[in-house]
Ligand binder design. Sequence first.
Ligand code: GFB
Length: 315
Amino acid sequence: MPETIYNLSGKRVYVAGHRGMVGSAIVRRLASEGCEILTANRSEVDLTRQSEVESWMEKNRPDAVFLAAAKVGGILANDTYPADFLYDNLILEANIIHAAHKVGVEKLLFLGSSCIYPKFADQPIVEEALLTGPLEPTNEWYAIAKIAGIKLCQAYRKQHGNDFISAMPTNLYGPGDNFDLKSSHVMPALIRKAHEAKVGHLAEITIWGTGTPRREFLHVDDCADACVHLMKVYSGDTHNNVGSGEDITILELTQLICEIVGFEGKIGHDLSKPDGTPRKLMSIKKLQALGWSPKIELAEGVAHAYQSFLSDENA
Ligand code: GFB
């Protein structure tokens, strides 16, 4: 296990995006680190307004920052709102990273996504594959914003010596997910569809596309644990893949979810919806060499996510 080079205990740690699925998981995970957790609602600071971000950071002076704030969504949302996904993510990451530099934040972790990699990258995808080929068109806008975030962290490290690092999670799921069928990612969408088909005694659920693409999934609590681990043991300018190291076809995922939810009907396909990238399994060798491995198996994680769906009164 590598040595801890940055100790969070006693530190003032700002979690940007604390109400989102990833941000709230990081807040949960930090509870056992003996640090002071700083959060700010939209009414206190609009992260798209540079002056508001800079005055909030000046006033609150965090020692460390987890940059989990982002405009996120599934394949349809990304494909439908390219300007929002590019602009919102660019502006809020630039505001927070620059303000962190200005107030002398000791360590910042920027969160991106596995969609930063080329559509046809060799699998499993290693960190060096970044910028070696064309992106998947449905989410290239979000991808470019996240690549810019990685580059910003590298640039502030190079020019100013800021210890700003990046983590690239795979498709995440778990408590606090977005279950809106138009804007959500595939996992919450299928959980909701299977549940509504079960309680509505429907004969069939409809999934988007062919069901043949493969996706890697990681429970958000595993992701939060990996982010805290990286904050404590890693300092460098290359980003770090954060994943489970296993992938599954969308059809197999649907079958698993139907089994866990208890829906026994048919699975139909809406072929007017995009498949997106055929596969984006990441290599997690770099993260494993830093002493971290995922703990939550997919079936267990899906069951946990379904319980969260039911208790969040989505049902
Ligand atoms: O999570 P998702 O929407 O986005 O997964 P990506 C899309 C895959 O699941 C496609 C299929 O192959 C869809 O055809 N799918 C099947 C569905 N049924 C559904 C459904 O009801 N809803 C949804 N959403 N998909 C995202 C990027 O790509 O990956 C984000 O767009 C982010 O920016 C995220 O990077 C991690 O996995 O294709």
